[in-house]
Design a protein around this ligand. Structure first.
Ligand code: MG
Length: 394
């Protein structure tokens, strides 16, 4: 009987925004940008784009109302848009956006028996899921956080992630600048910690004082026992957490580190569903879970976060590179949670990309302000379309 507007169209777009300094800082020895615009960090042997790349999703309802989504498109974004354009979009035409979680489950089921329960396929679902939730909120005139069980926070504490400067001295100076602007939590990146991971923690602690929270992202670089040895050396400087010590597949290693170290362990930016998280929670591998909205979408993010709460694990969401749509989704989801003490703040990306979205979302004085307005309260600004990358190459 419902005359509620149905989904009329689903479109995807690739955005590629130039940046002066690559993510994680200037190119190091042996690092160069290849013909496709990618570079490989020698510190962790992972590939990164030299631009800020993202995939946007626009879902339009029968009455013309638009919902926006965004997903992780930093490498091979055409893989994600092909899945959306060829598979996911056509399947959800005519669906009721109020069925957001049901739609996410239906899309997941399409390729499940073929073993596609991760990677690009689930990233594509995440972007569509965020757009469906945004559309749902806009059609109701309600912020998404109000549709997720209720709002607990309007401001979310933020930690500064990454100190993209070439030398340790410059990184410490940047942290002090940010401290003067009201930030009290800082994470640095082992992949670009050329002067030494322990030395960087020590110098940050000495420069910033005893009250700031310090964290290090170990970037999956170590065996379990190497990580345990390293974290013992970091422990005197009282890290708030250490992140991602072992390779992503190493479930036993993660559990071994979690059991041996006396510093809280944070994991999970690369996991997409409850099925990846559950075995780690069952082994009590970590104290802190870091779901990435660009990989999970809102439907899975909330299930992951609620499951973590049942295991007495905190959620400190990861924040990848985007123009701000999935960042806004992550803040809406985080604001609904009882177990979220803070959210990652990718200052080198977030602030410069705010000009590409219309939003009241801000990160100032150590806090994120949740965007106001219906849906996610965050839509692409016209300025972003100059950075549209043609599909199939570009
Ligand atoms: Mg990380």
């Amino acid at each position: 009987m419902s005359s509620f507007p149905r989904i009329r169209s689903v479109e995807s777009f690739i955005i590629s925004i130039p940046r002066d300094t690559p993510y994680l800082g200037p190119l190091g020895p042996g690092e160069s940008v290849n013909a496709r615009g990618y570079l490989i960090r020698q510190g962790n042997r992972a590939i990164y784009p030299s631009t800020d790349m993202s995939v946007l999703i626009r879902i339009t309802a029968e009455d013309g109302t638009v919902g926006w989504g965004e997903t992780y498109g930093i490498i091979a974004p055409d893989a994600v848009t092909s899945i959306i354009d060829d598979v996911l979009g056509p399947v959800i035409l005519g669906r009721d956006p109020r069925d957001a979680m049901v739609i996410q489950e239906d899309l997941y089921d399409l390729m499940r028996v073929r073993g596609f329960f991760g990677g690009f396929y689930v990233d594509a679902i995440a972007g569509v899921d965020i757009a469906v939730w945004d559309l749902f909120g806009r059609l109701l005139g309600q912020p998404v956080v109000k549709l997720l069980g209720g709002q607990r926070m309007a401001r979310i504490p933020a930690y500064v992630s990454g100190l993209p400067r070439a030398t340790l001295e410059q990184r410490v100076a940047l942290a002090r600048e940010l401290q003067a602007r009201g930030f009290d939590a800082f994470k640095y990146a082992a992949a670009v910690s050329q002067e030494g991971i322990v030395r960087e923690m020590r110098q940050l602690r000495e420069a910033l004082g005893p009250d700031v929270r310090l964290m290090v992202d170990l970037h999956w670089k170590f065996t379990a026992q190497e990580a345990i040895q390293l974290v013992d050396q970091l422990a005197p400087y009282q890290p708030y957490f250490v992140e991602a010590p072992c390779q992503p597949e190493d479930i036993e290693g993660q559990a071994q580190v979690g059991a041996a170290i006396k510093v809280p362990l944070a994991l999970g930016e690369e996991w997409r569903t409850v099925y990846e998280v559950r075995p780690r929670l069952e082994r009590r591998s970590m104290s802190i879970l870091q779901p990435e909205m660009g990989h999970t979408g809102i439907s899975q993010f909330m299930q992951i976060a609620r499951m973590a709460n049942a295991f007495h694990v905190k959620v400190i969401p990861h924040a990848s590179i985007g123009i701000g749509i999935y960042q806004a989704a992550s803040l809406h989801a985080a604001a609904a949670l009882p177990n979220c003490p803070m959210h990652e703040y990718q200052h080198s990306v977030f602030d410069r990309n705010l000009r590409f979205v219309q939003t009241t979302m801000r990160c100032e004085g150590g806090h994120f302000m949740l965007p106001e307005g219906p849906g996610l309260g965050t839509v692409p600004h016209d300025d972003v379309w100059q950075y549209l990358r043609p599909k199939g190459g570009g």
